[in-house]
Design a protein around this ligand. Structure first.
Ligand code: PHE
Length: 335
């Protein structure tokens, strides 16, 4: 009997738990009034021969004391455990979530739109999939014009459905549906069948302006573009217009600005000329107005169009057009 108690004591010494359920099982096993090991042993006491009673009593008390201290100390462990703070610590510093940035082309497009919005231009957009009429014919491209060639244009189904090669299709769509005065800016994506390189891409972006009213003159065009150049590239910027040709404007011009990188002194970007070509423009050809049923005797207008990629490259000193479309975060993060 005494040996059994010693065995219990040996077993008990290593008992450890932090679980409330396990501790309760332990309590019942040893201390339950009905059938608990310690209780039963006390009930045995009277059957123990008198000469062994003293030793039995001592060792039994030792067992009982051990069970009680176990219950006591493990109870505090269980309580500590359940009182432990949850994993969520609201005082910790928050993880920083990296925010995306706007694409450089969007930044520049928005800046250009803002500049023209300040002088009364509103935004309009034409479709990217277009018919021959709106992309070419109404814009006074002759039937045999080389731009219609497979070399330059992506045709969708037949020769009549194509991906627009410029935003000028939007001019026609607006003039067909609105009466002058018209003062709009047309941003958008355009497509040309060109080999992709650092300087050319089959997809790029343009922004087009159109102003139709009575008595609109070339002086208005020049003044508007000068305002734009100074707003975008800085007050010191000068412009120059060189004669050019577009089927839909007459007369036509290309506009240069003084190089914003070397301030006109001459550098690699402006090929040491001090000037950068940034857009095409001109007075809307009377044929185009008539194609849209606008009386060319009563109304005149000007139009201009520029490549957003080119302007963005000049603004940020980017030398490879392909970077805009590769979505490399190391590039995009810089804006
Ligand atoms: N559409 C012309 C181009 O793509 C640009 C332009 C627009 C020129 C309007 C004159 C007037 O090159």
């Amino acid at each position: 009997m005494i040996d059994t108690i010693k065995q219990h004591i040996a077993e008990l010494t290593d008992f450890y738990t932090e679980s409330a359920e396990e501790l309760e099982v332990f309590r019942i096993k040893y201390m339950s009034k009905k059938n608990g090991i310690v209780t039963n042993l006390f009930n045995e006491f009277r059957n123990i021969p008198n000469d062994q009673k003293k030793e039995f009593g001592q060792i039994l008390n030792q067992l009982k004391a051990l069970v009680e201290t176990k219950l006591e100390t493990l109870k505090t462990k269980v309580e500590d455990k359940s009182a432990q703070k949850p994993d969520l610590d609201l005082s910790l510093e928050a993880y920083s979530r990296p925010l995306g940035t706007r694409h450089p082309l969007s930044i520049v497009r928005n800046q250009i739109i803002d500049i023209f919005a300040r002088i009364g231009f509103t935004i309009s957009e034409g479709p990217e999939i277009e018919d021959d009429w709106h992309n070419f014919s109404a814009l006074n491209f002759p039937e045999e014009h080389p731009a219609r060639d497979m070399q330059d244009t992506f045709f969708v189904s037949d020769k009549n459905v194509l991906l627009r090669t410029h935003t000028s299709n939007g001019q026609i769509r607006v003039m067909e549906t609105q009466k002058p005065p018209i003062r709009i800016i047309l941003p958008g994506r355009v497509f040309r069948n060109e080999a992709v390189s650092a300087r050319a891409h089959c997809i790029f972006h343009q922004i087009e302006g159109l102003y139709i009213d009575k008595n609109v003159s070339f002086a208005d065009l020049k003044q508007t573009l000068m305002y734009f150049a100074k707003e975008f590239f800085g007050e010191q910027t000068k412009i120059r217009l060189r004669p050019s040709f577009f089927p839909f404007t007459e007369p036509s011009a290309e506009m240069d600005v003084t190089c914003s990188i070397c301030q006109g002194k001459g550098c690699n970007v402006c090929k040491h000329s001090g000037w950068l070509e940034i857009l095409g423009c001109g007075m809307v050809d009377p044929n185009v107005l008539e194609n849209c049923k606008i009386d060319s005797k009563k109304y005149t207008g000007f139009a201009f169009g520029m490549g957003i990629e080119r302007i963005t490259m000049l603004k940020y000193g980017i030398n490879d057009l392909r970077l805009f479309f590769e979505n490399d975060l190391r590039f995009l993060k810089q804006f």
